[in-house]
Design a protein around this ligand. Structure first.
Ligand SMILES: [Cu+2]
Length: 116
C-alpha cells in the first residue's frame, strides 16, 4: 500500500464514521416552565426516530403525545429525561401539559408538526 492508497483508505474510514453518526437519532431539547414549552412548535419528520430531551426550568410538568409515539406520560422535572420516539404519521398535533402544574396549566401546550 503506497502513501496515496493509505490516505484514501483513511478518508474512506472517516466518511464511514460520519455516516454511522448520522444514523443516530437526533436530539431535540424541549424545556418546560410555568406555563409554557420551549420551543412551542417542534417540527419532526415522519418515520425518523428522534430523541426528546425534556427538562423543566421551573415547576414540574408532563408530556404525552401518542400521535408522535409518546404513549405514556413523561414527567418533566429539573432532571433531564430523554425519550426516543418515531412519529408515524404526518400532521399537526397540539398536546397540553399532562401534569397539573397550576393556574396556567390549561393553556400550556406544545405543537408537534410532523412532516413527510
Ligand atoms: Cu405544566
Amino acid at each position: 500500500m503506497n502513501t496515496r492508497t493509505s490516505l484514501l483508505v483513511a478518508v474512506f474510514a472517516l466518511g464511514a464514521t460520519t455516516v454511522a453518526g448520522a444514523a443516530a437519532p437526533k436530539t431535540v431539547e424541549i424545556s418546560a416552565k410555568d406555563f409554557a414549552f420551549t420551543p412551542a412548535v417542534v417540527t419532526l419528520k415522519a418515520g425518523q426516530p428522534v430523541t426528546l430531551k425534556l427538562v423543566a426550568t421551573q415547576g414540574a410538568h408532563g408530556l404525552q403525545a401518542p400521535e408522535i409515539g409518546l404513549d405514556k406520560v413523561v414527567t418533566i422535572t429539573s432532571k433531564p429525561t430523554e425519550v426516543t420516539v418515531t412519529p408515524k404519521k404526518a400532521g399537526t398535533f397540539v398536546e397540553h401539559c399532562a401534569l397539573f402544574c397550576g393556574a396556567g396549566h390549561a393553556n400550556m401546550a406544545i405543537t408537534f408538526k410532523v412532516v413527510k
